[in-house]
Design a protein around this ligand. Structure first.
Ligand SMILES: [Zn+2]
Length: 245
């Protein structure tokens, strides 16, 4: 009898609990992060998200299956927390940014993932039992649009700025609501910023489509980068002015 056993890249323990699986994901995600650090540091926000989706998100497949079998609230929260933590790490985002914003950047429904992975496992099992070849297209793929396609990593710096402590008020976070109600300074919320980037991307697409050509990632980057740089500069000025007051 062994305490745990590695099977198809997943660590299973004698009681099939989540703890061994989560520990394995944490270690593997950290290992990938340190290996990729030089690349991730300079990658666009989009590139960082892609790396996380390719190398970290699939590590959770066994966890979604175990969650379906034991859907306790505490277990679910443990998996969801680690899912968001690894994403924030790959994106170089502060661990203090709001959950709703992280979920919007990830743009994958975790409940869908639990259902899809279980459906996939069942389909594979049925194919195997009937000695048939498994075809992945039998399972529905509900992909959401990438909310940060071709967006530079300045976006991460802007979001991190909004999770800093206020230099004027001890223990308060410099989010748009604190700035508005305490310091009478109006700035865009991260949600509004993402809406603006999405609208900018789609209007540029429409203009270019008339010429029957698709807008490239580099064109989006050169269009969006100066706008985000200006926004970050304004936020830095606000911070300095709060320090001076
Ligand atoms: Zn303040």
């Amino acid at each position: 009898m062994v305490d745990n056993y590695k099977y198809l890249g997943t660590v299973l323990d004698s009681k099939l609990t989540l703890d061994s699986v989560l520990e394995h994901i944490r270690r593997k995600a950290n290992f990938n992060f340190f290996k990729l650090y030089p690349f991730l540091r300079n990658a666009t926000a989009d590139g960082r998200r892609d790396m996380w989706r390719c190398l970290v998100a699939p590590l959770f497949n066994a966890a979604w299956i175990l969650l379906k079998a034991e859907p306790g609230k505490g277990r679910k929260e443990k998996v969801h927390t680690l899912w968001r933590m690894t994403f924030k790490k790959f994106m170089f985002l502060s661990q203090h940014i709001p959950t709703s914003l992280v979920n919007r950047l990830i743009a994958i429904d975790m409940n869908d993932l639990t259902e899809d992975n279980n459906l996939l496992a069942c389909e594979k099992w049925i194919s195997r039992k009937n000695l048939e070849t498994f075809r992945k297209c039998d399972v529905i793929d509900k992909k959401q649009a990438n909310p940060i396609r071709a967006i530079p990593n300045i976006l991460c710096k802007i979001i991190n700025w909004m999770s800093k402590s206020c230099p004027k008020c001890k223990g308060k976070i410099l989010n748009p609501w604190h700035l508005k109600y305490v310091h009478n300074v109006g700035i865009e919320t991260p949600g509004r910023l993402l809406d603006m980037l999405r609208d900018l991307g789609s209007s540029a697409h429409m203009k270019i489509d008339k010429k029957r050509r698709k807008i490239s990632r580099s064109e989006i980057i050169s269009m969006v980068k100066p706008i985000l740089e200006k926004k970050l500069e304004t936020l830095r000025e606000i911070y300095d002015s709060l320090c001076d007051r």
